[in-house]
Design a protein. Structure first.
Length: 627
């Protein structure tokens, strides 16, 4: 295979990490002592294989026997946790078992599908239960069936069936292609030792690395006898070779098998609801592109400094432009989430679009800021002046309105009713609870960070407990503190994101308002400057500038965040392009995107799993394993 040297070098660099994540899947090794096709077939038959139907039945009867239950009851707690944990969570050093015939393949596919269903059901159910609990705490309302639906709802069942189908389809296709591929011509030891770069150029290296003697010697040593009389370094080399043998894969495997199997397994997306397919397809496609880029970068073909940050900025530029000006190009739930995260009153975006596209502001929409749609009457102060009182929070104005901003809103409404044209929205409607432009970003940062902290705490603590259970059991205090710091750091990232966009947005509109209010300054300012300050280009640039907030996050999470927002930005850009007839309609696009993305992901996983993101690599390993 053409990827063997790259994978071997990667494994040498990463040590045990390659084994933990399936790094040896892309390599195959010929036994140095097999000299013919019959010996190769014998080695494959004697290697670790999946059980057939009768063997599976025996294993099941043995597991459910009274003796097995008694052994389980008397098992020490530590050993019991390890035994049960390995049944649920795939151990990092699991031995690769390869089906050698069609009967074993059928059992292998069935077991893989069942495991995929159980694992997906457990993971998604756990996360949804936590979210349901957070929702109950926030709303202080506990619905009787909320927790039941979170675990046993139709969405969780469908999600689990999708993962089961993906696992089964991939294993069936990949192993079927392998079984249909003939064995390569056998290579004897002498021919390999003469090849450049084979690594078998000296008798000492052959002896220490494989335990093989010179041609014509007796049968090779194996097992513990191979270690007799060896130094510490030689023993380490022999054990490493034995470990590679334990994870040997069938030499009939090819890299393109994984690409084809990944494309076929994309059919599993049809199990999901149609509304959910496009988002899953986009995520898979960008993950595939991520692996492809990392693979090309490792080979020196392409290098982009701070590529994740720039990708994040490009995606967020499109997303924030769409949120303000083209909301129909984003999912409704995502629009609602951005509005909540921005802490902006929902009517503000509608008023902005009226001013942006028609220059006619509908003053009555500002009444939604006030409880019952009524503007409070001004009150007389001790000095005899009239001022508006502060307005309490309402459904559309979660933090209330200061008296000064009430006066500004009333003045703006009078001008709008008089027919004056507006190209911007006043800052009194953007942050009505705060008068100061300088303090408003600080206030917004604190509010956004506090609002999102429970969500990020869940995203940090759940993987720390379930995905790194061994480290959590070993040192729970350290894991807790690291998760807490990560939660605060991620929440601060979103707070910085919001204040960057808000500051640029308000600064541009406030500058335009000051220019228009001063006739001399307005006459001296070029028209293109005024047009730019009120154009949608400012919104896109403000969205792009939010990429600076990514430097608050840990460098390892920057790529994850970029891959999260990229599908949303791509979806919006595609919708705008379709709206303007720049691109044609593609039928079945969600399935095509899924197959293409899954092909890239599984092809990268089969060659160099470390080029996938840590989360994707671990998820694929848990569902697919080393085969």
């Amino acid at each position: 295979m053409d990827d063997g040297s790259a994978s071997a070098a990667s494994k040498e660099k990463n040590g045990n990490e390659g084994d933990d994540e399936g790094g040896t899947e892309d390599e195959y090794y010929y036994d140095d002592d097999d000299d013919g096709e019959e010996e190769e077939k014998r080695r494959l038959r004697s290697g670790p294989q999946t059980p057939n139907i009768s063997e599976s039945a025996k294993q099941l009867r043995r597991s459910l026997s009274v003796q097995a239950l008694q052994d389980l009851a008397h098992m020490p707690p530590g050993q019991l946790r390890k035994s049960v944990g390995q049944k649920i969570w795939r151990p990092q050093d699991e031995e690769a078992r390869i089906p050698g015939d069609w009967e074993r393949l059928a059992v292998h596919v069935f077991r893989g599908g069942m495991r995929g269903f159980n694992l997906a059901f457990m993971l998604r159910g756990s996360v949804m239960l936590v979210f349901a609990l957070i929702r109950a705490i926030r709303t202080k309302k506990v619905k009787g069936n909320a927790f039941v639906l979170a675990l046993f709802g139709a969405d969780n069942i469908r999600f689990s069936l999708m993962f089961a189908s993906w696992t089964a389809l991939y294993k069936a296709t990949q192993n079927s292609l392998r079984l249909l591929t003939p064995l390569p011509p056998p290579k004897n030891r002498s021919s390999r030792s003469n090849q450049p770069g084979s690594g078998n150029t000296s008798g000492e290296e052959l002896g220490s690395g494989t335990g093989a003697a010179t041609p014509g010697a007796a049968t090779p040593k194996s097992g513990l006898t191979e270690l007799e009389g060896k130094s510490g370094r030689e023993k380490a080399m022999i054990k490493a070779k034995q470990k590679r043998r334990a994870f040997m894969k069938d030499p009939r495997s090819r890299v393109w098998h994984a690409y084809v199997a990944g494309a076929v397994s994309g059919l599993a997306i049809l199990v999901e609801k149609k509304d959910s397919r496009i988002s899953l397809a986009q995520q898979l496609l960008v993950r595939g592109f991520e692996g492809f880029y990392n693979l090309a970068h490792a080979r020196g073909l392409i290098t982009i400094p701070h590529g994740a940050v720039l990708t994040f900025g490009l995606a967020c530029g499109q997303i924030m432009y769409a949120w303000l000006n083209q909301p129909h190009t984003l999912p409704r739930s995502y629009i609602s989430w951005i509005t909540q995260a921005s802490q902006v009153a929902p009517p503000a975006t509608d008023i902005h679009r009226d001013a942006q596209y028609s220059s006619v502001a509908k003053a009555e929409k500002a009444l939604q800021y006030f409880p019952d749609g009524t503007i409070p009457s001004p009150i007389k102060t001790s000095s005899g002046k009239l001022r508006y009182p502060n307005v309490p929070p309402s459904k559309n104005n979660r933090r209330g309105i200061t008296g000064k901003n009430v006066a500004g809103i009333v003045e703006w409404m009078k001008r709008a009713d008089a027919g004056e044209e507006f190209r911007t929205i006043p800052c009194e409607l953007v942050h009505p609870w705060e008068n100061s432009h300088l303090w408003s970003p600080v206030d917004r940062f604190l509010e956004v960070t506090r609002w999102i902290l429970p969500v990020y705490a869940t995203l940090h603590f759940v993987p720390a407990v379930f995905l790194r259970m061994r480290a959590f059991r070993k040192d729970p205090i350290r894991v807790f503190l690291r998760s807490l710091f990560g939660s605060v750091r991620s929440s601060s990232f979103l707070g910085v994101f919001v204040i960057i966009f808000q500051t640029i947005f308000c600064a541009a509109h406030d500058a335009y308002a000051k220019i228009i209010a001063d006739p001399a300054l307005s006459a001296a300012t070029p028209t293109w400057v005024k047009d730019f300050l009120t154009s949608t280009a400012v919104h896109w640039l403000a969205g792009f500038a939010t990429c600076l907030s990514l430097f608050v996050e840990h460098s390892r999470r920057r790529t994850e965040l970029a891959m999260y927002v990229l599908p949303k930005g791509m979806e919006s850009a595609w919708s705008v392009a379709r709206q303007r007839s720049w691109v044609p309609f593609v039928p079945g696009g969600d399935l095509l995107l899924t197959s293409a993305g899954m092909s890239l992901v599984m092809g990268t996983y089969a060659q160099n799993p470390e080029h996938l993101s840590g989360l994707v690599r671990r998820v694929v390993y848990q569902f697919v394993g080393r085969n």
